[in-house]
Design a protein around this ligand. Structure first.
Ligand SMILES: O=C(O)CNC(=O)[C@H](CS)NC(=O)CCC(=O)C(=O)O
Length: 276
């Protein structure tokens, strides 16, 4: 998506995409970070921020999940934070096909980064409250592990998701054009390979109303690191793949990294303690 600052307009775009989905059900649809409001400025986002399970953005996503009979992951939307009025949570919400919100993940790693693009300096923590919880959710497809965008640079989170049972990693994103061109495919594939999970990485793409340029290239990656689907367009489009989560069992059996990590973790931990 090339989301605008206008939630109702973005909901319409999402509905246009949902109409193009293959017939196959059950189906999981992952939307990009800030799918309902992008490039609006932090003041506008604060105004739009909603309480959990209240407000038009969440009602819109719930209704679409129900109408199209899909599991729908609403990238991130701003949700109110009671401890600091100036900061909202960047929350990724999972809706089941009945339109019920069954999980919420607040983005943990915030993008306080300098980039050689026309924005130059990103300071996400100045308007976003960091999440503190690792979130997985059991579904009929397998267990989903939730992460968002910049989180992909922190493999420890993905290790924690795998330890908590994740089979399918979800990564709603809004990667910058510059960092995306250099790192997007490598990072998303690396997380899939090392955790032996599917990776569904949705993306903002193109040039937004505030001049920000995002990289696009939404991906579905399997647990062997193969790219199953990719969209390289900068107009709203879908990357779709038909997958079976049972494919990961052989990979995990043949290369038992989860067991080996338990062994090495003790050694590594003891060793860093000694050298400190
Ligand atoms: O601000 C919004 O409206 C939506 N959120 C974003 O665009 C976020 C925070 S600025 N973007 C990223 O995390 C980019 C990460 C990235 O590009 C990298 O890790 O290289």
């Amino acid at each position: 998506m090339t989301s605008s600052p206008q939630p109702s307009q973005n909901l319409q775009t999402i509905e246009t995409l949902l109409k193009q989905l293959p017939e196959h059900r059950p189906q999981l649809v992952v939307l990009p970070e800030a799918c309902l409001c992008f490039g609006a400025g932090d003041q506008r986002q604060r105004e739009l921020a909603e309480l959990p399970n209240e407000g038009p953005m969440q009602a819109g996503l719930a209704e679409l999940a129900r109408r199209y009979n899909v599991w729908l992951v609403g990238g991130t939307i701003p949700l109110i934070n009671h401890t600091d009025d100036n900061k909202f949570y960047a929350a990724s919400l999972v809706y089941n096909p009945q339109g019920e919100c069954v999980a919420r993940y607040n983005k943990i790693h915030l993008f306080d980064v300098d980039v050689a693009d026309n924005t130059r300096s990103y300071r996400e923590s100045s308007w976003t409250e960091a999440g503190t919880e690792v979130v997985t959710v059991a579904t009929e497809f397998g267990t989903l592990g939730l992460a968002v965008c910049y989180d992909v640079r922190f493999p420890e989170l993905f290790r924690a998701l795998r330890s908590a049972g994740a089979d399918i990693l979800l990564l709603p994103s809004a990667f910058t054009q510059v960092t995306g061109a250099a790192h997007w495919h490598v990072l998303t594939r690396a997380r899939a390979i090392e955790q032996q999970c599917f990776m569904v990485a949705a993306a903002q793409a193109g040039e937004h109303e505030n001049g920000r340029q995002t990289f696009g290239h939404a991906l579905v990656i399997d647990a062997w690191g193969r790219i199953l689907a990719e969209t390289d367009q900068t107009k709203p489009s879908l990357a779709t793949a038909l997958v079976s989560v049972s494919d990961i069992h052989k990979i995990r059996q043949d290369i038992p990294v989860a067991d080996h990590f338990k062994r090495s973790n003790k050694v590594l931990h003891a060793s860093t303690e000694r050298t400190r």
